[in-house]
Write a protein that binds this ligand. Structure first.
Ligand SMILES: Cc1cc2nc3c(=O)[nH]c(=O)nc-3n(C[C@H](O)[C@H](O)[C@H](O)COP(=O)(O)OP(=O)(O)OC[C@H]3O[C@@H](n4cnc5c(N)ncnc54)[C@H](O)[C@@H]3O)c2cc1C
Length: 458
C-alpha cells in the first residue's frame, strides 16, 4: 500500500477511498463505457475532507483529477492510471434556498436537475439548462462555464454564479460565498474557478442566482429555406416577444434527417427543408403570451419567412419536439463520431458550415457531417461521422478548425479544452493570453497537481 493511500484512508476513513475492482467497475465517462483507470477514487463528504485530501496529495506530489457527473465533452475528467480521482458525488446537498434574495446555496456535487427542481419548489427558476441535466453537477457546470439552451436570455453559468467556495491544490479553503448581485470589493476571485476546468482549484460549494419562474411556455418547430431567414426570424422574435424568447435551437437538414431516421424520433413535419428551428418563449402571462407567440409565427408564415410550423398541443408533444434536439445518442450509436463545439460570428456561420460539410464530403464521401447549434450565442455543434476506419480525430479536427481562423472563431464555445483540444488552444488564444494562463496556474498550483495535462499545453 502506498503512503499516499494509507494517509488518505487514515484521514478520510476507509469507506471514502476505493481502489482496484471498485474503481474499475465504474465507466470512464458518459461517452466511454470502458472501466475507469486510476490509482484510487476518493469521495469526501464535505469541504474539510476535500481540504485534508488535497493537503495529503500535495505533500505526496500526487496528481488529482476532479470528477463531477462525467458528462463533459472534452475528456477533462477522465482519469489517468496514476491519478487519484476526487469525486464530488457525496457532496450533493442543497443547503439553502433564499426566496427573498433569489439564491440557492449548494454543494458542488449536486446535479443540475436537482437544483432546477428545488428552485421550482420555491416558485423560482434556476436558468441553466442542458441535455445532461440529470447527470451533470453544479461543480462541473462551474468548472466548464456551461452554456446550454437558455443562454440567449440568461447567460452562461458565469452569469448565474454569485459566489463559491473552492479548495486550492495545497488544501487551502477559499470561501467566497457572496450572495449579492453587486460586490466590487477587490478582485472577483470566483472567476478564477469558472471555466478553468478544475485546473486552479476544486469547487466545493456554490451560491447560485435564481430568477422568477416563468408561468407560460410556448414552443414551436419551424422549417425554413435559408440561413438568412433563420437569422431574420431570430431578430424578429427577440424584438417582438418582449424579451421572453429563451431558446432558439437550429438544426441543419442533415441533423433533422438523422434524428428522425436512425435517431429514432418521429418527424413532426417534412424532412426536406434546409433548416429547422426549435424556439421557445417563457413569460408571465399565459393567455397573452400564447396569443402573441402564435400571432408572430403566423405573421412569419404569411411573410414567407417560415415554410412550415408545428406548435405542440400538449406537454408531451412539446417534450417530443425537444427530444429531437436533445436525445441524439441513437444517431451516434455504432458510428465513429467526432463531436465539436465551435463559436463564430453569426454572420459567418452559414458559409462556415457549408465549407466544413464540403470538406468532409470530399474527404469521406461515405460519411456525414451533422450540424446544429445555439446560434443566438454564436455556437455551432458538429458531429463528424467519417464512416471510414482510416479517419483520425486529428484529420477531422483539421477540417473543422481550419476555417475558424478566417472568421475569428473559437475552438470551444462551451465545452472547454480538456485534453482533447489542447493542441488547438493557440488557434483561439494568443501567446500572451496563454502565458498569463500559465502564470495563474503556476501561482495557484506550482506542483501542477490539479487536473494536470488539461487545458494548458505542456
Ligand atoms: C447529452 C449531453 C448534452 C450536453 N449539452 C451541453 C450543452 O448544451 N452545453 C454545455 O455547455 N455542455 C453540454 N454538455 C457537456 C457537459 O454536460 C457539461 O460540460 C457539464 O458542465 C459537465 O458537468 P459534469 O458534472 O458532468 O462535469 P465532469 O464531466 O465530471 O467534469 C468536467 C470538467 O470539470 C471539472 N470539474 C468537475 N467538477 C468539478 C469541481 N467540483 N471543481 C473543479 N473542477 C470540476 C473536471 O475535472 C473536468 O475538467 C452536454 C453533455 C451531454 C452528455
Amino acid at each position: 500500500m502506498s503512503d499516499v493511500l494509507t494517509a488518505l484512508r487514515a484521514a478520510l476513513g476507509e469507506d471514502a477511498v476505493s481502489t482496484g475492482p471498485a474503481v474499475a467497475a465504474r465507466a470512464t465517462s458518459y461517452w466511454d463505457a470502458a472501466p475507469t483507470r486510476a490509482r484510487a477514487l476518493v469521495r469526501p463528504r464535505d469541504t474539510a475532507a476535500v481540504s485534508r485530501m488535497l493537503a495529503i496529495c500535495h505533500a505526496h506530489d500526487q496528481p488529482v483529477v476532479t470528477q463531477g457527473g462525467l458528462t463533459g465533452c472534452v475528456a477533462g475528467a477522465v482519469a489517468g492510471a496514476e491519478e487519484v480521482i476526487l469525486s464530488l458525488e457525496r457532496m450533493n446537498a442543497i443547503e439553502a434556498i433564499d426566496p427573498l434574495g433569489a439564491t440557492a446555496t449548494v454543494q458542488a456535487g449536486v446535479t443540475l436537475q436537482a437544483v432546477q427542481d428545488a428552485a421550482r419548489a420555491h416558485d423560482l427558476l434556476f436558468a441553466l439548462d442542458l441535455g445532461a441535466r440529470g447527470s451533470c453537477t453544479i461543480g462541473g457546470n462551474v468548472a466548464t462555464n456551461a452554456g446550454g439552451i437558455n443562454v440567449l436570455r440568461y447567460g452562461m453559468m458565469r452569469a448565474l454564479v454569485l459566489g463559491l467556495e473552492a479548495v486550492l491544490a495545497d488544501g487551502t479553503v477559499i470561501s467566497s460565498l457572496n450572495r449579492m448581485l453587486k460586490n466590487n470589493a477587490g478582485y472577483d476571485l470566483k472567476q478564477l474557478m469558472i471555466g478553468t476546468e478544475g485546473t486552479l482549484g476544486v469547487v466545493t460549494r456554490v451560491v447560485l442566482r435564481l430568477h422568477p419562474r416563468p408561468v407560460s411556455r410556448d414552443a414551436a418547430l419551424v422549417a425554413m429555406d435559408s440561413f438568412d431567414q433563420v437569422t431574420t426570424l431570430l431578430g424578429r422574435m427577440q424584438r417582438d416577444l418582449a424579451g421572453t424568447l429563451s431558446a432558439f435551437e437550429v438544426m441543419w437538414n442533415g441533423y433533422y434527417r438523422a434524428a428522425t431516421d436512425t435517431g429514432g424520433h418521429r418527424a413532426a413535419m417534412g424532412r426536406e427543408h434546409p433548416f429547422y428551428v426549435l424556439l421557445q418563449a417563457e413569460g408571465a402571462d399565459p393567455a397573452g403570451d400564447a396569443a402573441r407567440f402564435a400571432q408572430r409565427l403566423e405573421a412569419a408564415l404569411e411573410a414567407g419567412l417560415i415554410v412550415d410550423a408545428v406548435m405542440p398541443q400538449s406537454e408531451s408533444e412539446r417534450l417530443a419536439l425537444w427530444a429531437v434536439r436533445e436525445n441524439f445518442e441513437a444517431m451516434l450509436a455504432g458510428r465513429q463520431t467526432f463531436l465539436y463545439d465551435v463559436s463564430l460570428p453569426v454572420s459567418a456561420m452559414a458559409a462556415y458550415a457549408e465549407a466544413v460539410q464540403a470538406a468532409c464530403a470530399a474527404r469521406w464521401p461515405q460519411g456525414r457531417c451533422i450540424v446544429f447549434g445555439h446560434i443566438a450565442d454564436g455556437n455551432v455543434h458538429l458531429f463528424v461521422q467519417p464512416g471510414s476506419d482510416e479517419a483520425t480525430h486529428a484529420d477531422s479536427d483539421a477540417i473543422v478548425y481550419a476555417p475558424l481562423a478566417g472568421c475569428e472563431g473559437s475552438v470551444s464555445a462551451e465545452h472547454g479544452i480538456g485534453t482533447e483540444k489542447i493542441g488547438w488552444l493557440n488557434r483561439s488564444r494568443s501567446a500572451a493570453e496563454i502565458d498569463l494562463m500559465r502564470l495563474l496556474k503556476r501561482s495557484l498550483d506550482p506542483k501542477n497537481l490539479l487536473n494536470p495535462g488539461r487545458v494548458l499545453p505542456p
